[in-house]
Design a protein around this ligand. Structure first.
Ligand SMILES: CC(C)(COP(=O)(O)OP(=O)(O)OC[C@H]1O[C@@H](n2cnc3c(N)ncnc32)[C@H](O)[C@@H]1OP(=O)(O)O)[C@@H](O)C(=O)NCCC(=O)NCCS
Length: 176
């Protein structure tokens, strides 16, 4: 996102107890393909993409943009966390366009260890230090139990629920 592009991106790799949060590199490509080809990962985000398509379409170094963190554990990518500028969505009552939105996707074998929570906590801390006072929003299908539990654990509170893509969406906000 543009605010993160002006001198604050990329940050030096952020180290947590078990993880490294860093910019993407070409060695992450195979993990990107795994992530987007995984039916489990795709359950609440529009489904998995065919592996062949991904092998053709994923660039040599995917995810190279401000706000895009690769999450590494023991030297290998296990997931990604993103901070993106939220686009205007047709039919939405709240003027949320321009706010920063958090996203998280982890490989299924990395679920259930608290890695996503550990990574997102450190990234929200970093964001609060980079753009003090700026809120962060998050949308997830309310049926996505794991994503909902994580949002709650991180301190997001519900603003509203709405229908989109044929499902109920949960929209929450976090303030530092
Ligand atoms: C959403 C997602 C990132 C959540 O991953 P997760 O591993 O469940 O999340 P957390 O990091 O909070 O881990 C919590 C789990 O780790 C367990 N855990 C184990 N060791 C732990 C530790 N040391 N510290 C904290 N939690 C630990 C917790 O008990 C909890 O398990 P439970 O859910 O069975 O109760 C993951 O399910 C995912 O990538 N889903 C697909 C993509 C997606 O839908 N993203 C959201 C789009 S809006």
């Amino acid at each position: 996102m543009s605010e993160l592009g002006s001198g604050t991106w990329p940050p030096a790799p952020i180290k947590t107890e078990r993880l490294v949060l860093r910019e993407s590199e070409s060695r992450d490509r195979a993990a990107f393909v795994e992530l987007f080809a995984s039916p489990e990962v795709g359950t609440f985000i529009g489904g998995a993409r065919p592996r062949d398509d991904l092998e053709r379409a994923v660039p040599e170094t995917p995810g190279r943009r401000p706000g895009f963190f690769v999450i590494e554990r023991d030297g290998a990518m296990i997931g990604m966390v993103t901070l993106d500028r939220r686009e205007e969505r047709p039919g939405r009552a709240r003027p949320e366009a321009g706010l920063t939105e958090l996203g998280y996707l982890f490989l299924p074998q990395a679920w259930g260890h608290g890695y996503a929570a550990e990574a997102c906590t450190a990234i929200l801390d970093w964001f609060a230090g980079t753009l003090p006072g700026a809120p962060v929003v998050l949308t997830t299908q309310s049926a996505n139990d794991r994503a909902m539990r994580l949002a709650e654990k991180l301190g997001f509170t519900e603003v509203e629920r709405f229908e989109e893509f044929g499902a109920e969406q949960w929209f929450g906000e976090w303030t530092p």
